[in-house]
Design a protein around this ligand. Structure first.
Ligand SMILES: [Zn+2]
Ligand SMILES: [Zn+2]
Length: 489
């Protein structure tokens, strides 16, 4: 039998039709009857006419249809045969797509553009979501699950919302409606929401995903330290390593390095997403573009190496996510240089610290420890004294510490005596040097710059090395120190 058997239970017998060579002559086929089988239906189709463009006019069960010869020989009769159409997949079959697998639950019909089409009810094997779609789309191999794909269309609270994964629960306090509101969004949602700062209560309307990427609302009450930097601070704190954050060398041309570990001559730079891809949130903040950012990175690295920095470690922090940064750290030279293994670090603590508002932390600590000094705070949080002051000022605006607290700290600060290495001179305070600097050094100096130098936040100040005076020096120069003016030895 000369049939064009198509799929397992469809065929059409074209053996009786007149041919020219091997090809069917459709013009001469008018008046012929052709037997076929389509699913459970067997019958005959009468060829009544032939139009240009390979179109046949056929009659089936007293009704006239037009059909392309190609569709005719392929048995595409679904639209006029009123019977369950042939399904490619059976219940229980697994369909494999690019990023997902689905299990067929039921064969169904779906009406689309007035056409009845084959479809399935199916379940996503990854997330368990049950949905329906037409056969051609589900079997195309490109079907994405609307719930667990990268860009979900549908939010199912217990499957893909913010509340579904405990790792994302830190986001809940940013929703005014708390848990019940957070469950309406995925972490990557572009929907703008009136989010609330959990620290100060300020409302900010912004897409949910910015909160997820930044790990902060970038509120006025915030500490301004990025998630990756805080993450690394916590890591170094856990290892009891002495470091200075935001270090400004004399040779750096105003450029600051994220982390400096003096005894190893080691610099750590944490590169966020703006160092890797364009159009990150930095650009709308008026920051550098990608090319400038990368040129700047290269320049800073060369500058550091040129100035005898022994180790220059760049950590890939393009995602502010625990596992991402952990992998970047473990794949870097840091474990080797700082002698630690993955198990030595409480990574969850790194994340907890990175999600905190350090302004609030500092103020709360100050509140509970009335007599703490600004130096103690700086040492405790491994931040510069000026940063601690800035935080306390911010905290004052939000009522987290009082005007009195600040005043007391300031009063305690001016009393420290200072030694200058170059001219072997002693001074009663940094302010005293500032006042007399033109006379004594021939240049004008600022008390803050001198103090930064004393605290080791920079190596020298305008070419001079200043130190807070130790007990030893005090005793040696006790006579000079009893006087209130700077004296040479
Ligand atoms: Zn899914
Ligand atoms: Zn705030």
């Amino acid at each position: 039998m000369d049939t064009y058997a198509i799929k397992n239970n469809r065929w059409i017998d074209l053996s009786k039709l007149p041919k020219r060579g091997k090809i069917i002559s459709w013009k001469n086929s008018i008046g012929y009857t052709v037997p076929f089988k389509y699913g459970d239906v067997e019958g005959n189709i009468f060829i009544e006419g032939y139009k240009e463009c390979q179109t046949l006019i056929i009659i089936y069960k007293d009704k006239k249809y037009e059909i392309k010869t190609g569709n005719f020989t392929q048995c595409h009769f679904g639209r006029f045969i009123d019977t369950p159409i042939f399904f490619e997949k059976n219940i229980g079959d697994v369909v494999v797509a690019k990023n997902c697998e689905y299990t067929i639950l039921k064969q169904i019909y779906i009406t689309k553009n007035k056409k009845r089409l084959n479809g399935y009810r199916y379940q996503c094997n990854q997330c368990g979501y049950i949905d329906e779609d037409i056969e051609s789309l589900l079997l195309s191999g490109r079907k994405q699950c609307p719930v667990c794909c990268n860009n979900p269309r549908i939010v199912i609270p217990e499957i893909n919302s913010i509340v579904a994964n405990p790792e994302n629960h830190w986001m809940i306090p940013y929703f005014q409606g708390g848990y019940d509101e957070a469950k309406l969004y995925t972490i990557g949602s572009g929907k703008k929401v009136d989010l609330i700062c959990p620290d100060c209560g300020k409302i900010k309307n912004q897409p949910v995903r910015y909160l997820y990427y930044d790990k902060t609302l970038r509120c006025d009450c915030g500490d301004g330290i990025s998630y990756p930097n805080k993450f690394l601070y916590s890591l170094l704190n856990q290892l009891n390593i002495n470091y200075i954050s935001e270090y400004n060398f004399t040779w750096t041309n105003m450029k600051r390095y994220d982390i400096y570990i003096q005894n190893l001559q080691l610099i750590i730079e944490n590169h966020g997403s703006q160092h890797y891809k364009p159009n990150s949130s930095f650009q709308y903040c008026g920051g550098r573009n990608l090319k400038e950012e990368q040129q700047n990175d290269q320049y800073k690295k060369e500058l550091a190496i040129h100035n005898n920095i022994k180790y220059y470690i760049e950590i890939d922090c393009r995602k502010s996510e625990l596992n991402w940064i952990k992998d970047s750290v473990m794949n870097s030279e840091l474990p080797n240089l700082l002698h630690f293994k993955e198990d030595d670090i409480d990574w969850l603590e790194c994340e907890r610290y990175a999600l905190k508002n350090i302004v609030k932390e500092v103020c709360d600590y100050k509140k509970g420890n009335e007599f703490t000094t600004v130096e103690e705070l700086a040492n405790r949080y491994k931040l510069s004294v000026s940063t601690i002051y800035r935080y306390l000022k911010i905290g004052k605006n939000f009522g987290w510490c009082s005007h009195d607290d600040l005043r007391k700290l300031k009063a305690g600060r001016t009393s420290r005596k200072i030694y200058c290495v170059e001219n072997n001179m002693f001074f009663k305070s940094a302010s005293a040097i500032q006042k007399n600097s033109l006379e004594l050094f021939g240049i004008s100096m600022l008390a803050n710059g001198i103090r930064e130098c004393c605290r080791g936040e920079c190596i020298d100040y305008k070419g001079y090395h200043f130190k807070y005076i130790t007990e030893e020096l005090c005793q040696y120069n006790v006579e000079q120190l009893t006087q209130n003016t700077p004296l040479s030895a």
